[in-house]
Ligand binder design. Structure first.
Ligand SMILES: *Cc1c(COP(=O)(O)O)cnc(C)c1O
Length: 388
């Protein structure tokens, strides 16, 4: 058979069938599996043959989800986890040793900061942060113990980009394992492994589920690294529930069409916001006014589903705006069918100091809109009235 499009594979892949001739993968809600015989059990435990033993190790629904993610990311191997944070923690804990050092971009997801600042140092693992707007300084932050380059692009909520080709060359020159949190872009818009990343990981809670229903995570990448990470997850235990895996696997079948609509709505909203008198600035990767517009065009297929903007009048004005919204939800999530407004400085990024927020361009008047799939007219109408 000729090679199919990854998007087709993500729709047509079904790893298990029962004798019921079902046309949609059934849910294997089972903690363990039975053996045909005592010798079958022995052979499975001795790794002489492949097969399910226990759902912390493997489960048909989890396997199907991982297989589809590998197809979409064009990655050879993968492992699913109970949340996006367990995907990140398991990757770092699985790959790093005492004395190692991580170079990360400063504009990371909040809990990723907590892992680097508050958890890994307990085991003697150190870190440095590189600023997104001074990539020329990053090389000087690499030392003999640096093992991992950890990136997030586009960043949250600033929507700044890191040049993945440049990062891939930096990682290669210094023998670093390059890990990209690809949650904001999804494999539909950006494939980090094509630029030299060794690992691409996601919170499946966001666009992958896409409907605000469940928590989960997934890591894909080069086989030798995935082996080390899955050794860690199998024995330390952040297994993805078969139910959530079943849900995410179905969700991947609609991810490409959902992303088209998220991006189309987000671009239209960004252009609309630029025309509003109370809006000081708008950030969206595919808006020509974005300082890295050309880079966005190069490494992303479309601009993504998140738009950030700044209201003149600071926190007070932002609060008034949020309280006047009718259709949009006030929530801290993103990647849902429902459009969500968030005030990063007082919620998702409230644990940062004022200086830390300033360093990643989070201003008191900044609002993040995770643009959903509603009619763009209704989204614009609600935001327009709340701004007025
Ligand atoms: C939400 C998110 C995470 C964490 O994922 P959970 O599923 O909430 O654990 C990590 N990185 C990014 C970029 C996110 O948006």
């Amino acid at each position: 058979m000729s090679k199919r499009n990854p998007e087709t594979d993500a729709i047509r892949t079904q790893t298990r069938h029962t004798d019921q001739r079902e046309h949609s993968t059934p849910l294997f809600m089972t903690s363990s599996f039975v053996f045909d015989s005592a010798d079958h059990a022995r052979a499975l435990f001795a790794n002489e043959m492949e097969g399910n033993v226990y759902s912390r190790y493997s489960n048909p629904n989890v396997d199907e989800f991982v297989q589809k993610m590998c197809q979409l990311e064009e990655a050879p191997a993968g492992v699913a986890t109970a949340s996006g944070m367990s995907a990140i923690f398991s990757s770092l804990a699985g790959l790093l040793e005492q004395g190692d050092h991580v170079l990360a971009c400063r504009s990371l997801f909040g809990s990723s900061h907590q892992i680097l600042n508050g958890i890994l140092p307990k085991w003697g693992i150190d870190y440095s942060y590189g600023n997104i707007d001074t990539p020329e300084e990053w090389e000087s932050l690499i030392n003999d113990n640096t093992r991992v380059l950890f990136l997030e692009t586009p960043s949250n909520p600033g929507l700044d980009l890191i040049d993945l080709e440049w990062a891939g060359q930096l990682a290669e020159a210094h023998g670093l394992i390059m890990i990209v949190d690809n949650c904001f872009a999804t494999p539909c818009l950006q494939k980090p492994m094509a630029y030299g990343a060794d690992i691409s990981l996601h919170s499946a809670t966001k666009f992958i589920d896409g409907q605000g229903r469940g928590i989960g995570g997934v890591v894909v990448g080069k086989e030798r690294y995935i082996d080390e990470i899955s050794f860690f997850t199998r024995h330390s235990g952040p297994a993805l529930s078969p139910f959530n895996a079943w849900m995410f696997s179905k969700s991947l079948e609609t991810l490409p069409v959902r992303m088209e609509r998220h991006c189309e709505n987000a671009l239209a909203l960004a252009a609309f916001l630029e025309e509003q008198p109370k809006v000081e600035w708008v950030k969206y990767p595919f808006l020509p006014s974005h300082p890295q517009y050309e880079l966005a065009q190069k490494q992303m297929k479309k601009g993504g589903g998140v738009v950030s903007f700044n209201i003149s009048g600071g926190y007070e004005a932002a609060k008034q705006f949020l309280d006047k919204l009718n259709t949009l939800s006030l929530s801290a999530n993103l990647g849902d069918t429902r459009t969500i407004a968030t005030h990063p400085a007082s919620t998702t990024h409230s644990k940062l100091t004022d200086e830390e927020r300033a360093a990643v361009n989070i201003t008191p008047g900044m609002v993040r809109i995770a643009v959903g799939l509603e009619s763009i007219e209704d989204i614009q109408e609600d935001i327009g009235q709340a701004l007025r």
